[in-house]
Design a protein around this ligand. Structure first.
Ligand code: ZN
Length: 134
């Protein structure tokens, strides 16, 4: 079961420019930076109450974010739902006929285990499941 919206992922081309914009929009300069090598991305995230707005820019041309930007341009990329157990949720959703991008949890930003579901089976929305690592 989804517990809350963990974060919204926004695909951006120029991380510094978008970070400056969102600092104005959100009224805060408190930003956290992270590089997730195996996804080929760099992230700037703003904590808003219980949720996070995550600006994501590619650091390599073969990053999925680079492909997304090419096809669709900047904008909302994914919605991330926090769950207790990503592996168990993947199993449950699979039995319900939801297509998975990740068959097993992997390391994501914010010290979480994550997995993506295929937008073709989730109404066109890229959904990420995430679990805070114990
Ligand atoms: Zn995410």
């Amino acid at each position: 079961m989804a517990k809350k919206i963990s974060h919204l992922g926004i695909a951006v081309k120029d991380l510094a420019a978008s970070e400056a914009l969102f600092a104005i929009l959100l009224g805060t300069d408190e930003v956290h930076h992270e590089v997730v090598e195996d996804q080929g991305v760099q992230i700037a995230s703003f904590k808003i109450g219980d949720s996070i707005i995550e600006l994501t820019a590619p650091i390599s041309p073969d990053s999925p974010i680079a492909t997304f930007l090419e096809k669709r341009g900047e904008g909302i990329h994914h919605i991330a739902l926090e769950v207790d157990d990503v592996a168990a949720e993947l199993e449950r959703l699979k039995t319900k006929g939801i297509r998975l991008i990740d068959e097993a949890p992997r390391d994501g930003a914010h010290n979480m285990s994550i997995a993506f579901l295929h937008p073709k089976s989730t109404g066109g929305v890229l959904v990420e499941l995430c679990e805070i690592k114990k």
